[in-house]
Design a protein around this ligand. Structure first.
Ligand SMILES: CC(C)(COP(=O)(O)OP(=O)(O)OC[C@H]1O[C@@H](n2cnc3c(N)ncnc32)[C@H](O)[C@@H]1OP(=O)(O)O)[C@@H](O)C(=O)NCCC(=O)NCCS
Length: 383
């Protein structure tokens, strides 16, 4: 009998590849996409430019930018079959299930989905980046029995998402907020969903298959679904004066406080700091009573959790804690939070697929078997 190996549960601390796409410094709370700080990108760039950067490893020239955005604009609309499917699913299915199904359907409209030659992978990724926000927006509209709004090619990528969802052209502040969320969610190294995308891609399954895997993985409340779960916790808290009591009881009951803790960040998530600052800025723009109430809960919960668990256990707020209230500033329904995350993360997933396929190796880890061997087989009539 060989000796039991060290098992890294949840692959904690395991390096699976080299990558030049993003660096997460969990000790110092820093994040870079292709070497550019997340603060610089969030405050000075936009989602289209960030997507180009993630996919190509450099910022675009004016010409490259205009060619890239032209493709995104041209491909944003959805085939009728996809719209019909979203419409059928909208009354009962969670938008993440709709997102997963509709994204998977897009393979039907690609004449050569398995082709990985030259720039074709990149081209498929751009198509998905273009169409996923439209799927999320159409889902939101059909859930409310409203009609489909096609993309408006005069708008930027994320502002167009808000327009397709609400039917109103967003003002500058709303456009900045939604673009901020698209930028901040675009990439985060090999977290669970990106790793799952790479597992599927490593079998040389196509980009649509890999994306569908990623969407399934992102749904869970320990991962992308935490933004919706955190808002639902804030709604359960209700009155800001109830915040401390609610959290105290939840921790005593060994419950997780959604939007706190991270596998890599053992300090404040830099993305959370950015969302928090824009959330505070929204207070100067006559926010709704709901947003004011949420912000009070957020600040009280943040203080309590960081006093209690921040310095002692390294559990700090992550981006998902502040995301929900910021989406509520824009009037976005909680069920759409994670689909927006998908629409944005497609850029990072795409960059990782392209990078991984340069040096592909099928992912195949091991398990330490703890069951019996050579058990005598007994036919069913004799059992
Ligand atoms: C993100 C997360 C899954 C990371 O998990 P992980 O690295 O495997 O860490 P663990 O689950 O082993 O947690 C380590 C310890 O911190 C505690 N902990 C972690 N996150 C916590 C949270 N949000 N609330 C309360 N306690 C938490 C665990 O109970 C555990 O305590 P113990 O050592 O006394 O048993 C985890 O922090 C979590 O569930 N957070 C809430 C969901 C969330 O916000 N996800 C989005 C991440 S961007």
């Amino acid at each position: 009998m060989s000796e039991k190996p060290v098992i890294n549960y949840g692959l904690e601390g395991v390096y699976v590849d080299e990558s030049s796409i993003s660096k997460v410094d969990g000790q110092n709370g820093k994040l870079w996409y292709r070497g550019y700080s997340i603060e610089d990108l969030a405050n000075r760039s936009n989602f289209e430019e960030v997507s180009y950067l993630l996919l190509n490893g450099k910022l675009p020239s004016k010409k490259e930018y205009s060619e890239f955005t032209k493709k995104l604009k041209e491909r944003g609309d959805l085939p009728e079959e996809v719209k019909d499917t979203i419409r059928v699913m909208a009354p009962t299915a969670h938008p993440m299930d709709i997102m997963r199904t509709a994204a998977s359907m897009l393979v039907m409209f690609d004449k050569d989905p398995s082709n990985r030659d030259g720039d074709t992978t990149m081209d498929k990724v751009i198509t998905l980046i273009a169409k996923l926000p439209t799927i999320a927006a159409a889902t939101g509209r059909f859930r409310e029995k409203k009609s489909y709004i096609p993309p408006d090619t005069t708008l930027g990528h994320s502002a167009n998402f808000l327009y397709m969802l609400t039917g109103k052209k967003p003002n500058d502040f709303e456009s900045k907020l939604i673009d901020l969320m698209f930028i901040l969610h675009a990439e985060h190294s090999t977290n669970a969903s990106t790793f799952s995308v790479l597992v599927t891609a490593s079998t040389l399954a196509d980009v649509y298959a890999a994306t569908t895997t990623g969407i399934g993985t992102l749904k869970g409340p320990l991962h992308g679904g935490a933004d919706e779960a955190a808002l639902s916790m804030m709604n359960a808290i209700g009155d800001p004066n109830n915040t401390e009591k609610y959290i105290e009881e939840a921790l005593e009951g060994k419950q997780r406080i959604m939007g706190f803790g991270h596998r890599v960040y053992k300090t404040y998530d830099p993305r959370a700091k950015l969302v928090r600052s824009y959330l505070e800025e929204s207070l100067t723009k006559e926010p709704s009573d709901e947003v004011k109430r949420l912000l009070q809960i957020v600040l009280r919960a943040e203080k309590m959790m960081t006093d209690k668990l921040g310095k002692t256990k390294g559990i700090w707020p992550n981006i998902d804690f502040f995301a929900g209230p910021l989406y509520r500033v824009m009037g976005i329904d909680a069920h759409l939070f994670t689909p927006i995350f998908v629409a944005s993360r497609m850029s990072g997933w795409g960059a990782h697929i392209v990078e991984y396929w340069h040096n592909n190796k099928i992912v195949r880890p091991l398990e330490w078997y703890t069951g019996p061997v050579d058990v005598p087989y007994v036919p069913i009539d004799e059992r």
